[in-house]
Design a protein around this ligand. Structure first.
Ligand code: NDP
Length: 234
């Protein structure tokens, strides 16, 4: 089945790998990009998830190009790491506004069409930090934990319409986002990772694709860890 898929932050990293995975199986994919150029070979729409008007028009453009959104991968995210005592209020807010409120804003725009269609797949990109916590990430962990409560509540609201809502919770994944992580922090995390290595964006994309597939039709309100075994028990 070919579906209309929207992926936020789909111009690089995990979002881009996920977009390529859906496109490879024949889905009609729209990615949002905030800066730079859209990725080659994919339909791109400019969008800043912190701006509700930008979200509304991006969803509308995707709808015009590929039809109502059937699969949402809410992936756009940022970090602004700092210990709480030294963190600027603005950095705390920016992370909540992008990672959490941005995801809420996109979901609000796509859910009405899913309700009408009586089918949909909502997938939110959280993080192991949201469950286990991480030093320097009070803002980021709070934003990612908020996504979990949000997703589980939304799953209850829309489940009767055959719409599932799930969370993917990656561990350390090799993308631009982690290129400034110190060697000491990286070693500390990898030491707690059963597989002893970071993951790839493609490995996260595999879990997302599963959640959007018919094989996952009875999976909702779940948190799927893609962590190589980091944070077992969370
Ligand atoms: P990248 O930094 O490589 O990509 C982040 C993406 O989000 C970019 O496309 C970026 O767009 C987009 N983005 C950021 N802010 C906004 C905004 N306001 N509006 C629209 N788009 C925005 O990160 P990853 O691929 O690693 O991360 C993807 C998701 O996975 C994030 O939610 C992240 O928190 C999560 N994650 C990542 C982990 C990792 O180890 N890499 C671990 C756990 C979770 P632009 O190019 O314009 O900046």
């Amino acid at each position: 089945m070919t579906r209309s898929v929207l992926i936020t932050g789909g111009n690089r990293g995990i979002g881009l790998a996920t977009a390529r995975a859906f496109a490879a199986q024949g889905d009609k994919v729209t990615v949002t990009y905030r800066s730079g150029e859209p990725p080659e070979g994919l339909h791109g729409v400019r969008c800043d998830v912190t701006d509700p008007e930008s979200v509304r028009s991006a969803v509308e453009e995707a709808r015009i190009q590929h039809g109502p959104i059937q699969v949402l991968v809410s992936n756009a995210g940022i970090t602004r790491d700092e210990l709480l005592v030294g963190m600027a209020d603005e950095d705390f807010r920016a992370v909540i506004e992008t990672n959490f409120l941005g995801a809420v804003s996109v979901a609000k725009q796509v859910v009405p069409d899913m309700i009408k269609a009586r089918w949909g797949r909502l997938i939110f990109m959280s993080s192991m930090s949201g469950m286990a916590g991480a030093p320097g990430q009070t803002n980021y962990a709070a934003s990612k934990a908020a996504l979990i409560g949000f997703t589980r509540s939304l799953a209850r609201e829309v489940g009767r319409r055959k719409i599932t809502a799930n969370v993917v919770s990656p561990g350390l994944i090799e993308t631009d986002m982690v290129k400034d992580v110190t060697d000491a922090r990286r070693e500390h995390v990898l030491a707690q990772t059963s597989l002893g290595r970071p993951g790839t964006a493609e490995e996260v994309a595999g879990a997302v694709r599963f959640l959007a597939s018919d094989d996952a039709s009875y999976v909702t309100a779940a948190i799927i860890p893609v962590t190589g075994g980091l944070g077992v028990g969370h």
